[in-house]
Design a protein. Structure first.
Lengths: 180, 180
DNA sequence: GTCTATAAAAAGATAGAC
DNA sequence: GTCTATCTTTTTATAGAC
């Protein structure tokens, strides 16, 4: 278990927060350094370029997805239900890394878009044994993508058009009925 | 029917194309002017600022959604099937305006995000009479959102993870079975 | 309506002190 | 490891000629 430097992690946290809360435009190196409480020079010691900073975020995403795949396999409510429920953003580290990466991808960062497609393919492989056929798999994946898309759009993650509580339960029941 | 100046429209086309093809980062005023075949001064005559250019795109989206709602109500295959089928990007003007607006939204443009939520609400109102309940409505909307999200991520709109042909037909059948 | 020239600010990156 | 100072390039915007 290699422990990355604290300062490096808080720079990454700040970059991620700026992306999630204010969009790709706002996530400059200057703003990131300021939000992390370091100078631009301090930031550049840990990440030598904007590109390196972005790669740092993609690496973090990869690690968090590894962990999530483990959780998913062990979920008592079932793989599909776990996957859908955790697609509704509640601000956990994976949610944040995913939204932040999606902002980079839409900004025109090709490797961020590729990273997102890669993690989606890994989730697809994990779900496939638990659904009836490919159409059912597509349905589950697309509903999850839709949930993330809406999470990414609304500034307020709690209100907005994303179903929560009983509405989310009903949606999951509906998808599971089609998929199993 | 007010006919907007040709040059103005081609500036808007160029801006939209840059957003769709290369991302928000690439869609600068300089690049837009160049792609439209005008000078920066020429562009600024039609759109006095970056903000005005972006508002121009949002206005275009609004108009195209008006037209689409008319088409949707008259679709012989049914409202839900029409909605889902046209959520798979085939490069028509509405697809492009929607993806371009989504890039602006993720870039941090609050009014673009609001515009997207507004058009989503209009589609929801049009679909509601044609589905069983709110969970079914959420399902249809989220599958569509998921399709757009994936369209927006893959540089190549034809390959990539979005179902086409028979796979799309199977998906639509599955959703309709749950929704009607 | 469209152009060139130029200003003003912001962004990414380098150099070197501490 | 972290800082300040500086440089370069890019981006937005203005002014004014044609």
């Amino acid at each position: 278990m290699s422990r990355p430097p604290r300062a490096r992690e808080s720079v990454l946290d700040a970059f991620e927060s700026l992306l999630v809360d204010d969009g790709e435009r706002a996530a400059t190196m200057d703003a990131t350094a300021h939000a992390a409480g370091v100078s631009k020079g301090g930031l550049l010691y840990h990440f030598a370029s904007k590109d390196a900073l972005e790669r740092g975020l993609l690496d973090r995403l990869e690690t968090l997805v590894d962990e999530d795949l483990g959780q998913m396999a062990a979920a008592p409510e079932g793989t599909v239900a776990y996957y859908l429920r955790t697609s509704v953003m509640d601000g956990d580290p994976l949610d944040r890394a995913l939204i932040a990466t999606s902002r980079l991808a839409q900004g025109g960062r090709a490797d961020a878009a590729e990273a997102l497609q890669r993690v989606r393919a890994r989730w697809a492989d994990a779900l496939r044994p638990h659904v009836r056929d490919e159409a059912a798999l597509a349905l589950v994946l697309l509903v999850s993508d839709g949930l993330y898309y809406n999470n990414a759009l609304s500034s307020d993650p709690v209100s907005g058009p994303v179903p929560r509580g009983a509405a989310l339960d009903a949606l999951i029941a509906l998808v599971e009925a089609s998929a199993h």
